[in-house]
Each structure stands twice: as C-alpha cells, then as structure tokens.
Design a protein around this ligand. Sequence first.
Ligand SMILES: O=C(O)CCC(=O)C(=O)O
Ligand SMILES: [Fe+2]
Length: 354
Amino acid sequence: MTEEDQTSLPIIDIGPLLIDDSNDNRKEETALQIHQACRHWGFFYVKNHGIPMKLQEELIEFSRKYFSLPLETKMQISMNKGGRAWRGYFPVGNELTSGKPDGKEGLYFGTEIDDDNHPKIRNKIPLHGRNQFPPIGKDENEFRHVILTYMTTMENLGRIIMSGLARSLKLDVNFFDKNYFLNEPTCLFRIFNYPASFCQQEGNQDLWGVGEHTDYGMLTILLQDDIGGLQVKINHNKWIDAPPIPNTFICNIGDMLDRMTSGYYRSTPHRVRNLSPSYDRLSFPFFLDPNWDTEILPIPMEGITTNEDDAENRWDKASVHKFSGTYGEYLLKKVSRVFPNLAEEQTIIGTNSY
Ligand SMILES: O=C(O)CCC(=O)C(=O)O
Ligand SMILES: [Fe+2]
C-alpha cells in the first residue's frame, strides 16, 4: 500500500507489552507494528492499554464541569497565579501555537512538587512546582485525585509504549529509561476545551483550535472525547482525520524522538478544529518527555539510513537536529514562544536560535 492509499491511522494492540512473560514473540510482533506506524505516520492508536474506563470517564466529567464555570471562577487558578511553574488555567486565545491565537482554553499540569527544598524549586527552575487544581467534586480534592492518578497511570503506560518503541529500533527494552528518562521523565499534562463554533465565528475563519505544530518531546498520549477534530499531516500537503475511537488512545512521536533517531522516526504535524456547531470538544494530551537535565544526543543508528534534512519542510522551519543543550533548555524556549506574555512576566523569553 502506498502512502497515498492510506486514509486511516493504524490501531495497535499493545496488550502483549503489558504482560510480563518470557515469550517475546508477541512483544516483537507489536514492536514491528510500532515500527511501521512510526516510519509511515508518526501517529498510531493503541488498544488493550489497561487504563480503566472509569478513570477516563471521571476525567472527562470533572473537566466538563470545570469548563462550564463562569470565566471569573476559572480565572481563580489562572496560569499567571501559578508563578514560575506555569501551571493552571488559560482562557481562549491566550496560547499562540503557530503564531496565531488558538481557539481553545485549557489547564496545564505537570509532576506535582510540593517540597520547597526540592533542588528544582531551590534553584528556581521554571516549569516545576505545585499544580493549581480546580476545586471540583464532592470535596475539593476529588478532581485533584483523578488528575494525579491519571498522570501516574499515563507515565506508566508511556514507559511501556517506549519499551515497545525501543524494541522497534532493536534497542534494549530499557534503553529510553536508562538514557533519557533517568527515572525522572519530564511529564506534562494538559486538558483542553475547544468551544463549539469558535472557528466559524466572524473574523476567526483562518484560526484553528490548535494550529499546525509538532510536539516538542518524545511521546504524546492523547485521550479525546467523542466530538473529533484532530487532523494529521501525512505528507507535505495531505491531511487526514484522527477521529475518536472508543477506549483507545492516540500516540504520536515528538521532536526529541525525531532528533534522537536522526529523522528515522519523524515527528508529524497535526492541528485541531472543532467543527461542531453546538458541542465543545475536550482533549487530554499527556507528554512523556526526556529528563529535564539530559542532553539530547542522537542514538547510534547502525545500518539505518537516517535523514536530518528537515528544516525547510517543517512547520516552524527550525531543525530539531541542530540545537545543542539539555531538554529543559529546548522546552523552555519553545514554551516561551507560545506564551509570550507569561514568559515576559517571568523574564525567561527564549531566543529564536532553534
Ligand atoms: O487536542 C488535541 O487533539 C491535540 C492537542 C495537541 O496537539 C497538543 O496539545 O499538542
Ligand atoms: Fe500536539
């Protein structure tokens, strides 16, 4: 099948990766499917992932309750109250993914660090710290508990998928843990609400819920509700839909994996537009990224033809193969650019060097 013929993303049964048995054949079969998906698409669905339906439903239900609150109530946990951790709520239009305001509002979370003596806090490292949780649920901690449980569950799932991805590259199954996560991956979690009919409104016709972009890190695991609107660019000008499929997650590889594999696995551009005239769309991307302090060096790819020549064709014209430094430095510059106002407040505006 040529790429032109393909109109839907593959669905991979990752059940074998979850089972700890000595028979590796089924794991290798899953790894082969991951290999094909990453080579052709950079995107795939996973099923048989083991994440309880109840947890997914609670997350969706509490989020819907929160976003339906009046703006001034939501602003009580706005991102600029979250200080250097850059956590909390941002209203529609505040994030500029591809230089233009996005038609979405959202909540930003990361690994919860509430110990002021933690080295990252003492050293005033941005994007680390306490979360701001919406006071939703029977008691004020109920949504908090669901979010933290979901994040832990996603981190575990992400590591399992990365073990399959390591197999798919003929690497040791713990390769990414040992070399890039170092027991402390950078985990970011976002909850987005794309208001109904935003992009159809007067003056908004050329805006997107999220404009074309690639993800910064290694692996994104996305839960979406049943509205749809995610589109994936499968070659230079062809976009296909990535519709919701019950009890699956969508995975996609980010720029760091593109860089580590010297372009063998590409990070694929995607974008979102909620076309529903009457229903808001919820989505829940979880980002499993390298350790903050790790330098992202390419993996030796023996016997594989790689391709680092990407800048000209990329959505941002910036090569992921030409920066030097740690993942934290890379991420900070990227995030500063999509939230310029916040970056100015924190005086951590990034340069345009990559
Ligand atoms: O909302 C979605 O479906 C995708 C969001 C996304 O692409 C992102 O946050 O990077
Ligand atoms: Fe994305």
